[in-house]
Design a protein around this ligand. Structure first.
Ligand code: NAD
Length: 482
């Protein structure tokens, strides 16, 4: 076990949390602050095959007793953890801000509290669940949810706390033990979460957190036969690798992947609200899977929309995410900055028009100016592939059918946004746009019991509400002769 580190007055363990104890590794990886890259925050334990095996065994050993608890007993632990998250919101928000770069205000007021809500929601939902019972063909039928075993939860670097809690809560509520592997670009809030798991008194081995690199620790975990569920959020290429490992062990696997979501604006919409929301897609420098990155506007309101969009975009402020004036957070890592600039350079070279932005905000900093691109054609790489940066494309349409066709013209299908003043069109176009979630005249408002997931290469399976509880359970039909 290594010494805890002080980061801006917050004590952080650089180690894993396995079997209720802090466990170290001989190697480390570093994490830095996205908006002040000279600031090395920590050297974190870099898990190996040994770490994976230890965590898998701890989760396996703890499983029978955890699975044997009632849903209400498990729910009590989840509520305790939610209480602790609420009590530590300032600490969690600051560490997430420093490590991932998201704006502090938004973390304090919304994002971290959503993490507590995730645990509460699943504590209650699992307890309220009624087994489905019916009579047929002379037998009493009963559908029973049985805990499945150790669940592996793998999360990406964007919104790490919110996503980890969203994914771990249903696994625990369903009676599975958990191994959480956060991304190595933003590992710190998970380490604080481990402290809270400890304080909440979870039995040893029920909720484990291991730190490390995907290709090393991640691979070792996904191939371990003791793992009975894999719940992954991240990129399409990684999902392909993990999917193969899951197939090898015949383990159910869900994948929440990238997006290239349309933001469709009709002439009958509140154009000011639509333009404001479109400019808001730059808030987290576009590092949001559900971001509406393809702006598709009815031709007749093109000029009005663009004038308002540029005005709202001009108002963005880049800077220290702890500063209340900052509206646009930095990109997570210089490697990611280069990746995003690569998309812009290739777009320029292919004949797409860079309408605004397209370059670094200032040398040596992790911001790229808010960028708008009018593609040469709908086949342009920047239209068809996820950039995950502050890069939006702009296209227009003449008819509703053409707008819908453009909206549905990529291999992704995570979400969509439609702006219209017509209730009939809202219903019609909302149904026609391809996406696991489609918002009309709003964005990111989500009910925790609704299904969430992607169509096409945006993912496999659904999270949220009962959907995640079913995934984390082995469903059994019990039939007894009447
Ligand atoms: P990534 O795929 O590179 O990494 C995600 C996680 O997988 C990390 O923890 C990483 O260490 C791990 N990993 C990498 N290789 C692995 C392997 N071989 N075996 C096991 N684990 C491995 O993704 P990222 O760059 O961290 O995240 C950005 C992506 O996530 C974007 O595509 C974004 O759209 C997507 N995302 C999707 C959602 C959603 O809900 N659909 C939410 C957030 C982010």
């Amino acid at each position: 076990m290594r010494e805890r580190i002080d980061i801006a007055g917050i004590s952080i363990s650089p180690d894993h949390f396995i079997g209720g104890k802090r466990v170290s590794s001989p190697y480390t990886f570093e994490t830095r602050c996205p908006f002040d890259w000279s600031w090395k925050l920590a050297d974190m334990a870099r898990g190996t095959v040994t770490t994976a095996a230890l965590a898998a065994q701890a989760a396996t050993d703890a499983f029978p007793a955890w699975a044997a608890l009632t849903t209400a007993e498990r729910g009590a632990y989840l509520h305790r953890l939610a209480d602790l998250i609420e009590a530590n919101v300032e600490k969690l928000a600051l560490i997430e801000c420093l490590d991932m770069g998201m704006v502090l205000e938004s973390l304090r007021l919304r994002v971290i509290l959503r993490g507590a809500a995730n645990f509460r929601n699943y504590a209650d939902l699992a307890s309220e669940h009624q087994e489905r019972v019916w009579s047929s063909r002379g037998t009493a039928n009963r559908v029973i949810r049985m805990p499945a075993g150790p669940a592996l939860i793998i999360t990406p670097w964007n919104a790490p706390f919110m996503l980890s809690t969203w994914k771990c809560a249903p696994a625990l509520a369903a009676g599975n033990t958990v191994i959480l592997k956060p991304a190595d670009w933003s590992p710190l809030s998970a380490s604080l979460l481990a402290d809270l798991i400890d304080e909440a008194g979870f039995p040893a081995g029920v909720f484990n957190i291991v730190q490390g690199l995907g290709a090393e620790l991640g691979n070792a975990l996904t191939s371990d036969p003791r793992i009975k569920r894999i719940s992954f959020t991240g990129s399409v290429p990684t999902a392909r690798v993990i999917g193969k490992a899951a197939a090898e062990n015949i383990v159910p696997f869900t994948a929440e992947l990238g997006g290239k979501s349309p933001l469709l604006v009709f002439a009958d919409a509140d154009i000011d609200a639509a333009a404001k929301k479109a400019a808001g897609q730059y808030d987290d420098s576009g590092q949001v899977c559900m971001a509406g990155t393809r702006i598709i506007v009815e031709e007749s309101v093109r000029e009005e929309f663009l004038a308002k969009f540029h005005a709202y975009t001009d108002a963005h402020v880049m800077g220290d995410s702890r500063d209340g004036a900052t509206t646009m957070s930095a990109l997570i890592h210089p490697v990611h900055v280069s990746r995003v600039l690569g998309f812009i350079d290739r777009a320029r070279a292919a004949g797409d028009t860079i309408v605004r932005g397209g370059k670094l905000w200032k040398e040596g900093a992790n911001w790229i100016e808010p960028t708008l691109i009018v593609p040469k054609s709908n086949d342009s790489e920047v239209v068809q592939n996820e950039v995950f940066g502050p890069v939006l494309t702009f296209q227009t349409f003449a008819s509703e059918a053409e707008g819908i066709a453009l909206a549905n013209s990529t291999a992704f299908g995570l979400s969509g946004m439609v702006y219209t003043g017509s209730a009939e069109r809202a219903e019609r176009v909302g149904r026609a746009v391809r996406g696991g979630t489609v918002w009309v005249n709003t964005f990111l408002v989500r009910d925790l019991t609704a299904p969430f997931g992607g169509i096409g290469i945006s993912g496999i399976g659904r999270e949220g509400g009962d959907y995640a509880l079913d995934f984390h359970s082995d469903l059994k039909t019990l039939q007894i002769l009447e």
